[in-house]
Design a protein around this ligand. Sequence first.
Ligand code: IFM
Length: 829
Amino acid sequence: MTVRAWEWTYEGYDPGTERVREALCTLGNGYLATRGAVSECPAGPVHYPGTYAAGCYDRLVSTVAGRRVENEDLVNLPDWLPLRYRVRPEGGPPGRWLSPDSPHLAAHRRTLDLRHGTLTLRSRYSGPAGHRLTVEQHRLVHRGDPHLAAHRTSFTADGWSGAVEVESRLDGDVRNAGVERYEALAQRHLTDWRTGRDDSGGSGDHGGRAGGAGDRAGGAGDGAGTGGDTVWLSCRTGDSGIRIALAARTRAPDHPGLGIRTRPAERQTVQTLLLPVTNGRSVAVDKTVALYTSRDRTVGGPRRAALAAVRNAPDFPELLASHHRAWESAWRQAVLEAPGEAGRILRLHLFHLLQTLSPHTAELDAGVPARGLHGEAYRGHVFWDELFVLPYLNLHFPEVSRGLLGYRYHRLGAACRAAGATGRDGAMYPWQSGSDGREETPALHLNPRSGRWLPDHSRLQHHVGSAVAYNVWQYCQASGDTTFLYTRGAEMVLQIARFWASAATWDPVLGAYHIPGVMGPDEYHDAYPGAAAPGVDDNAYTNVTAAWVLARALDISRALPGPRRRRLFERLRIDPSEPELWEETAHRLHVPYHDGVISQFAGYGELAELDWDGYRARYGDIRRLDRLLEAEGDTVNRYQASKQADVLMLGCLFSPAELAALFRQLGHRLDDDTWRATVDHYLRRTSHGSTLSALVHAWVLARVDRDAAWTYAEEALTGDVADVQGGTTGEGVHLGAMAGTLDFVQRGLTGLETRDDALWLDPAPLPQLSKFRIAVRYRDHGDIDLRFRAQRVRIAVPASAQAPVRVVLAGRAHAVAPGTARWLALPGG
Ligand code: IFM
């Protein structure tokens, strides 16, 4: 692979890594995304074209291991990519359809252009009868108009003239089949297909129902014909009833009068054209597509909207130009630059973040899908991963953060019902969330090593609620959006705090509150060894973040003007005495310790030590230690072994001073020695079975052990580009880890905090990553430009009528006036 600053190029065709490339070459705009699959081949063991729209879910029932299970998936929508071709020599029979899988492929290259948001796929064929042909496709998913996507495919004959037959399709016959582990589960979400051709330039309602007797697609009456260049396909999801419509316009701009034949087909539209080619001259076929669903605000429904959008869409060059402009503007807001390889990967991560979550997403009722809109792993569900995503967005695209918090707010009712169903107050957000905010964590998961379906208790990760509260707080601190904080934000934080207060049980002997029966971020420990019931008690991460949420709920209640507080308390039916309980719980939640380190949970210190070296020697890759042990008939619950950072996550969420204060609040002294010993303890007992783990370790180690920090930073950076978890990237990128690397630079290495009406900096530069630039949108100041060097930092504030920005660098306050820039020396620099 060749890598340039703004381009990722994959040379050659490699079926073995095709799915990883498809995921990494995905194009999207926050409304929809399409994997970077070749347009010539259907889904199969090698290729997996997939198109997903944010928030478009559907539910299916399957039977596995004799149990009925219900799953909600982000639906794989009809495929708009298909376009294949074959040589039609003058007077001769047509050749075979060509594709990268064809034996005539002589060269293949795929280039992702990050600056312009385009994908270029180039294939050169050396045909059997000397018909050399180069095919180059430029593809875009429009950033400005989120419903539009297009590709231009150019054909260049080398040494011959004749024709190329081109077939373009909209394929509705798709399933959710992108993850092998889910093979046993139902996959067919789409139904009720209809297709047609738009001859009229009017309503376009010419389609018949496809899939039954007398069906036709083509609108010409006989089911086939030549005419208009635009076709449409509509269908709906089986359970959620979302209507989906695509319209496609196929044109040969170099041969404006060329006839296009439309053929009836079940569940798809097929358009063919015979494209004259002349030796050495390129001729193009443009396919412009619009996609709408019934979740969009349209007049007349998705099909009419899609047809109108395609009819009004400009030709490819103009579409490309407006797409470029939209990307230019996004990049201006997204500034995070670092030199070298790390900088290039960070840019790729930023690109995929911007493609998954954009201002268009903020218009939808959609959350942060763990694997982006890039694949089907975790079924497009929303976990706590937004904790790694929003802090970056807050300082660049606050309106997107606000939209994503809206997704959580709209599901607050469901979270309160979930808490009520377990006899607790407040809001219990689901570990996995989808369309309506109910718990979507599957009841069973498959261990591919043993082939056994096992109970999945990860729904006990109630710490997801604290992540929601943390994001509300961080967003409001960064943006100064007190309106949100005192309305929707307050409701969420208070309800989450109430949940924690009611989940805590008083222990008169210990004189502390316990939170029993949970799982921490480390997903290995879902029960005590031999216990009948799942869950562990007093997970330190859970308890400490719960204490933080309770304290913020108190802050908000105190800051709310009296009448507003009264109204809010009345509406949420909060008893005026409840804050007393919050206060007490915030100070007396139990934090377990063993051997001078913070225990991951109560009793952790009594678990057995694992023979790490032995397991490494036996298996090599032990990231999924849980699966290895289960397949051996053992369980990871018996060991001091973590899948990913758990206690150490605290060092990622809070600055050292804040964390020490939080522990003080809970009656403990967290000194540097204890923290270092804790870091060291878990570092040696973590298998890094999640891409989030390396990221958190890099972040925490940056202030403890710089060399080790860089090792983990490198692993976090290469997580997806090198598919370090062995095959998971092909199922979708790890959006939390990707965005987390941006936040690692933005907050982890700078110590940047936005609190108490100041910008706080406490840099921890790594020698390998000490020079970088970020521009952060801070309240009404516009983009504040921060340039970091190993020993100093430059802060430039755009000209405005605002008061100077207060910058606190390692405890010393400085004022930087609008329209000025200052270099400040780093402590010890
Ligand atoms: O949320 C994460 C979790 O922390 C680790 N397993 C994957 C989930 C989704 O990314």
